[in-house]
Design a protein around this ligand. Structure first.
Ligand SMILES: [Zn+2]
Length: 60
């Protein structure tokens, strides 16, 4: 029973991969994007711009 020598075969973890679920939050007349990973986009005046920031973040 030697399970130490498993070269090239990393153990699989049950933890799910980090997801990036973005959403937009309105603050007054501004709108900013936020992600579940903790990322936050800059405040935008247009929601479409905030969504664009979120899209760029998800691609990265
Ligand atoms: Zn993210």
């Amino acid at each position: 029973m030697q399970e130490e020598n498993r070269a090239g075969v990393p153990p699989q973890r049950t933890a799910p991969p980090e997801e990036h679920r973005t959403s937009t939050t309105e603050k007054g007349s501004f709108c900013s994007a936020a992600c579940t990973c903790g990322w936050r986009g800059p405040a935008r005046r247009a929601r479409s711009q905030a969504r664009r920031d979120a899209a760029v973040h998800q691609e990265a």
